[in-house]
Design a protein around this ligand. Sequence first.
Ligand SMILES: NC(=O)c1ccc[n+]([C@@H]2O[C@H](COP(=O)([O-])OP(=O)(O)OC[C@H]3O[C@@H](n4cnc5c(N)ncnc54)[C@H](O)[C@@H]3O)[C@@H](O)[C@H]2O)c1
Length: 211
Amino acid sequence: MSDLIYSAKIPEPALRRLPWYLSYVKLLKSQGETIVSSTQIAKKIDVSASQIAKDLSYVDISGKTRVGYDIDDLINVLESFLGFTNTHTAVVFGVGSLGAALLSDSGLEQFGLKIIAGYDVNPAIVNHAIHHIPVFHSNEFIERNKEMKAEIGVLTVPPGAAQEVSEYMIRGGVKAIWNFTPFRIRVPEGTVLQNTSLYAHLAVMFNRLNG
Ligand SMILES: NC(=O)c1ccc[n+]([C@@H]2O[C@H](COP(=O)([O-])OP(=O)(O)OC[C@H]3O[C@@H](n4cnc5c(N)ncnc54)[C@H](O)[C@@H]3O)[C@@H](O)[C@H]2O)c1
């Protein structure tokens, strides 16, 4: 029975909640705690204890009845389940204000995303380094990625270039695209697509604020 639970595909809402649990149990660890129960997490995170226990049933950890989870085990298991302990290599296409900020963000590497190069078409940006990460001309990508083998493409080009650039990244070997543009790009089956939009969250916030 438990094998069935662990091999079941975790629903996306549960997957999105796991990082909240992780950051809270890391905080508890920094305060010297060693054990945490789902009731204790529930009090802080505003998710019911039964939902937390259900979410945690997708990861390979079991709590002791009435005692809770060992915090070190829980951190290790969550970090590895979330892919934060493996390093995934990425390239950033479009090193403008957002792309350059991502190149400068050392936080991403702590979550397992290592940006190994940027690509742009602007001669003022190409052949410079940002935060020690080289920026090359886009037309060098296919040749360079045979050696560098980045598996993730971060898309921060203007929306009008988004579809063409994503197809080019896939031709060069990327398996997943993290799309920051507001353009709804299409990718072939088998390529992972993650759209991320600050603007969409902003719209939700405005809507709630006015409601
Ligand atoms: N998702 C979000 O929350 C969010 C936030 C801000 C911006 N954006 C989006 O991110 C994208 C970038 O925004 P920005 O403010 O950094 O823009 P920007 O104009 O500062 O940067 C875009 C960069 O892309 C480069 N570029 C253009 N065509 C290219 C190509 N074919 N190959 C490689 N590089 C190319 C340009 O030379 C430029 O350096 C836009 O689509 C914007 O709408 C998203």
